[in-house]
Write a protein that binds this ligand. Structure first.
Ligand SMILES: [Zn+2]
Ligand SMILES: [Zn+2]
Length: 280
């Protein structure tokens, strides 16, 4: 393996090809191991399909894999994404709910392709599906298709000009509210943490409602956070008895500014999260 610069030992937010990441679960764990990660949550959107493969590679390379998922919600609270840790990949009832969310993702991307086509961007749904390789469909796949066709200069450019909220080809997500996402994780024995709180509108109003629904953590450590934002999250964690969590949100396309293990997460975080299992 190529020498890769070392990162920190814990990364609680990563995405593979099973949702909108660029690497297979195996390659993702290999890369994480190469950067010195020893505990990694695989947190693909709306699916646990990559967990088994990640665990096999993790066992070979000494990386403990925590099964997780990230549930994206869009509402008057903006983008509130809920990470659910320690959920069971064999939970059939949960899988039913996740399948419903994935089907909604698929329909939304189809509608966005139609909008793009009407706007004169000849993006082909078949190509978008090809890029996703069977993973849970998301806007990053659409961004890649736009990039390949030369319509945008980068993934960020695709979002900011065409597919972000209030952009011409945007279609609102159909799915869970933030409170429903927290409740779903709790109902299935998981430990929910609010991802990258900076994307939430009205965080101080929403947080107590999520805590009442069983929220246990807040992603204080995140590549795009300023030191002030991290400090604000840590302050809220103290006041609301939340576990500060953190991760790279690595997708493999240079988004969110950090590589695997690129964000410091305190070692006691895992034990603290585990202590919140089964209790709201
Ligand atoms: Zn997210
Ligand atoms: Zn994410």
């Amino acid at each position: 393996m190529d020498a890769i610069a070392a990162g920190y030992a814990i990364d609680l937010h990563t995405h593979s090809l099973r949702s909108d990441g660029a690497l297979t679960p195996e390659d993702l764990v290999r890369r994480a191991a190469g950067r010195g990660v020893r505990i990694q949550a695989l947190s693909d959107h709306d699916t646990l399909a990559g967990v088994a493969a990640a665990v096999v590679t993790g066992n070979e390379l000494g990386v403990r894999i925590i099964p997780a998922t990230e549930l994206n919600t869009e509402s008057e609270w903006g983008d509130a994404h809920v990470l659910g840790y320690f959920i069971d990949p064999a939970d059939a009832e949960l899988e039913d709910r996740l399948r419903w969310l994935r089907e909604n993702r698929g329909r939304r991307i189809e509608l966005m392709v139609e909008k793009l086509n009407v706007l004169g961007y000849a993006v082909d749904l078949a190509r978008v599906l090809d890029i996703a390789q069977g993973g849970a469909l998301g806007r990053p796949h659409l961004a890649q298709a736009l990039f390949e066709k030369g319509y945008v200069k980068s993934y960020d450019d695709a979002f900011s000009t065409l597919i972000a909220k209030d952009s011409p080809a945007y279609v609102q997500r159909v799915g869970l509210t933030p409170i429903e996402a927290v409740t779903l994780v709790r109902e299935h024995g998981g430990v929910p943490s609010l991802a990258h709180p900076g994307t939430v509108v009205g965080l101080d109003e929403l947080l107590p409602k999520l805590v009442a629904a069983g929220l246990a953590g807040i992603e204080a450590y995140y590549g795009e956070h300023t030191p002030e934002m991290t400090a604000r999250c840590l302050d809220r964690a103290r006041r609301l008895d939340l576990v500060p969590t953190g991760g790279s949100d690595f997708h493999g396309r240079g988004e969110h500014g950090t590589d695997l293990g690129g964000v410091f997460v305190p070692p006691e975080t895992i034990e603290r999260l585990e202590s919140r299992r089964g209790r709201a």
